[in-house]
Design a protein around this ligand. Structure first.
Ligand code: 5CA
Ligand code: ZN
Length: 469
């Protein structure tokens, strides 16, 4: 196990995010702290999607014949599907699949819902659990067999332009989601051999874990008319013709939460962006025998005021050493600690310590202004976390001129490697095999210059490769 894997598994347990001891491989229990982190992450995702998508919910079970309808799609998922074969003791005459994703659950309904061009565009999403019998090494949140936090959006358009515009729109939405979480990313168009089964093309977001391996944290697929033809998703044009629609879909998973944990964490534990931290501010009273009640009174008033202004606050008034409390809340990733002691009250000050810098600072205590001041501090934390994460990320993208140079880089710090590629499938696959890496894909607006680092012919695109999760 790599040092990062060990850290990751450890912190999930110590910070009470999930319990991995559930007796089904790849399926875990969300604990109260983790569930809150998940809830706030979903709030961010939901708020952004709600701008122009409607939230819906489809059933978990998909009839075998629907799942099987789209040949390429089912081929991509056939070895990953869980099947329900019995109802009690009765064998079902039609097997039911636990959804690995919901195209084949939704599109037969789209067929019923969509009549005319005026029904389009249709933009919906749902957040559900999906099931994939992953054969590669499972890891909590990163590669699970029950994806508990699958947010899948599906859109339908009258024409090709509508669908490709929606892909760009989805990329924008996902950027703002990851920006809110201060998680850096690269966006690439996946090579053909790695696109979503049934898609015309797939655009993916990848971030970097501290061990130098990338993690795919979101994908946007242009489905073209493939599914529309299979499921007869058609509409009547203004002039009365019947036409196949164009579709897109895009999804996020538990990996978004894994990336928040992995990207920002440090040797002291979690470091959570304020937007998703279950507790945003912890107040630790500094108590001596004398004046204890007064300090607690101040702390309570502070908590009340901050909460009234919408912050998530915890007052830790346990009868243990303050140092022990600091250590625990740091480990849990609380973005800001407030300390109030008798001397602060005398001086009209209080102490703030941001989790990311641990730099102690004295501020003037004024109940009327305190929420504003604390919010300001939290905004600074977010900004600094984002800057730090992006800096580390950018430093780990290296441009190489040869396959040897790439290999050398991969044996050291790993990270993301940018290179000139001819774009040829057999060359790309050969390179993947030789270096034991994944070709992430082609970067947008990539310059057409240089020499392919693998085959030596003219480089047509800038591509990225990495060791991946
Ligand atoms: N229907 C499309 C769009 S929702 C779809 O299923 N796309 S997907 O297969 O690419 O999955 C969406 C995202 O889920 C991926 O970007 C990936 O980050 C994540 N994901 C896929 N498999 C797993 C898994 N076993 N555990 C955790 N996350 C996963
Ligand atoms: Zn080549």
């Amino acid at each position: 196990m790599s040092k990062f894997s060990e850290w990751f598994n450890n912190i999930l347990e110590e910070a009470e995010i999930i319990d991995t001891r559930y007796p089904v491989k790849g399926m875990h229990v969300w604990l109260p702290q983790g569930f809150k982190l998940r809830k706030h992450t979903l709030e961010i995702i939901g708020k952004i999607l709600d701008r122009d998508h409607d939230e819906v919910q489809f059933p978990l079970l998909i009839p075998e014949d629907e799942l099987a309808k789209e040949g390429i799609h089912v081929k991509g998922f056939e070895d990953e599907v869980y099947w329900v074969t019995h109802g009690g003791l009765t064998e079902l005459n039609k097997k039911l699949a636990l959804r690995p994703t919901s195209e084949t659950a939704m599109y037969p309904m789209f067929n019923l819902w969509i009549r005319s061009h005026s029904d389009l565009p249709l933009k919906i999403y749902q957040t559900v659990n999906t099931f994939r019998y992953e054969t590669r090494h499972t890891r909590p949140l990163i590669r699970v067999r029950e994806i508990t936090t699958f947010t899948e959006a599906h859109t339908v358009h009258t024409d090709e332009e509508g669908a490709s515009k929606q892909v760009q729109e989805a990329l924008k939405l996902y950027k703002s989601i990851f920006d809110s979480l201060a998680v850096p990313y690269v966006i690439t168009t996946r090579p053909d051999w790695d696109k979503f089964p049934g898609a015309d093309y797939t655009v993916a977001f990848d971030t970097l874990m501290p061990d130098g391996k990338t993690l795919q944290i979101g994908t946007v697929h242009n489905l073209g008319q493939t599914f529309a033809r299979t499921f007869e998703v058609t509409y009547e044009t203004e002039s009365g013709e019947h036409q196949y629609a164009y579709q897109t879909c895009y999804g996020l998973s538990d990996r978004v939460i894994a990336s928040v944990i992995g990207v920002h964490g440090d040797e002291n534990g979690l470091c959570l962006p304020p937007a998703v931290a279950p507790v945003q501010v912890v107040i630790v009273p500094i108590i001596f025998k004398k004046g204890k009640e007064k300090v607690l009174e101040f702390c309570r008033k502070t908590k009340e005021t901050l909460e009234e202004d919408g912050l998530r606050v915890h007052l830790d008034d346990r009868d243990i050493r303050a140092g022990k409390k600091y250590y625990e809340w740091e480990m849990k990733g609380v973005p800001l600690r407030i300390e109030i002691g008798p001397r602060d009250i005398e001086n009209g000050t209080f102490v703030v310590v941001p989790r990311n810098t641990k730099q102690k600072e004295f501020l003037d205590y004024d109940l009327k202004k305190i929420s504003h001041m604390v919010q300001d501090k939290l905004d600074t934390v977010t900004m600094e976390m984002s800057e730090k994460a992006w800096k580390a990320f950018d430093e780990n993208i290296k441009t190489v001129q040869s396959a040897d140079e790439a290999l050398k880089q991969l044996s050291g710090d790993k990270g993301i490697i940018s290179f000139s590629w001819c774009g040829d499938t057999s060359c790309g696959k050969d390179l993947e095999e030789k270096l034991r890496v994944d070709l992430l894909g082609v970067q947008e607006y990539a310059p057409e210059e240089g020499t392919c680092i693998n085959c030596g012919s003219r480089g047509k695109v800038t591509a990225l490769l990495a060791r991946t999760y």
